[in-house]
Design a protein around this ligand. Structure first.
Ligand SMILES: Nc1ncnc2c1ncn2[C@@H]1O[C@H](COP(=O)(O)OP(=O)(O)OP(=O)(O)O)[C@@H](O)[C@H]1O
Ligand SMILES: [Mg+2]
Length: 249
């Protein structure tokens, strides 16, 4: 379904992705693990088309020098030259690290904003019902301003907002980051439901190895901008070098 080949992203002089490749088949949940600064977020942003967007935003600043090389295919078609909204229309949805809601808008309006590509009211309402079923907490707080949500609720809102777009492929960036164990467990179950029951293919970037490995069928281990290894949780954990050096276990 998704194939990234030899992706290079360079900011000014820093090479952030240094020939990163990965594949995700339809119906898989693939883990992307690796330490801080490995390049996980950058790879997800590159797939979602946001690196080219960076180039626009950074124009005229010291940071304007962004290089992108390599190829990204989705459902057999090159997408790496497309603008981010076109990529979203094809069914790829990035669920960003730390949530980042529209703080001055209510929870409900944030969710509705997530469905901006859809013009069918019935479909939007169905999506809203589905998100509220998955996250009753968001329904309880639908009139609350998103800026006042707790960290866990924000993360739920980010996942919910991504689902409003009915994606085929969700790129979920560290949903567990900074959450207390109980909330983490709950979010973990929701991600599993999205994958198993709603049938959404997921690429899950995580620093929390146990979170990623418990859900994923296959994983990529990333370090300093490229893939060090790939395999099932058992395969990766049985390799001592990978376990100690890259997984910190
Ligand atoms: N716009 C940018 N300009 C310069 N450097 C950047 C930019 N974005 C990211 N980087 C650098 O790229 C490296 C990889 O960052 P990235 O956010 O992709 O890592 P990550 O694997 O997601 O880490 P974490 O687990 O901490 O979220 C970091 O060293 C970061 O400082
Ligand atoms: Mg990250």
């Amino acid at each position: 379904m998704l194939e990234a080949k030899d992706v290079i992203v360079r900011y000014d002089t820093a090479t952030v992705l240094d020939g990163a490749s990965l594949k995700v088949e339809k119906g898989e949940l693939v883990g992307l693990v690796g330490p801080n600064g490995a390049g996980k977020t950058t790879l997800l942003r590159a797939i979602a088309g946001l690196i080219n967007w960076d180039r626009e935003v950074l124009k005229g600043t010291k940071m304007e020098d962004v290089t992108f090389e390599g190829s990204i295919e989705f459902e057999g078609e090159r997408i790496d030259k497309l603008p981010a909204p076109e990529i979203a229309k094809k069914g790829i949805q990035l669920c960003p690290q730390m949530g980042r809601p529209f703080a001055e808008m209510t929870v409900k309006d944030n969710l509705l904003a997530g469905a901006y590509l859809c013009h069918d009211r019935k479909e939007i309402n169905e999506s809203l019902v589905r998100v509220y079923e998955l996250f009753p907490r968001l329904k309880e707080r639908q009139k609350q301003l998103a800026g006042t949500l707790s960290g866990g609720e924000r993360q739920m809102l980010a996942v919910g907002r991504s689902l409003m777009r009915r994606p085929k492929l969700m790129l979920v960036d560290e949903p567990s980051s900074g959450l207390a164990p109980k909330i983490k467990d709950d979010l973990f179950k929701r991600v599993e439901e999205i994958y198993r029951e709603l049938g959404v293919t997921i690429l899950l970037a995580e620093q929390d190895i146990s979170f990623a490995f418990a859900l994923s069928k296959r994983n990529y281990v990333m370090s300093r901008g490229h893939m060090i290894a790939q395999g099932t949780a058992e395969e990766l954990l049985s390799d001592e070098t990978i376990r100690k050096t890259y997984l910190g276990l």
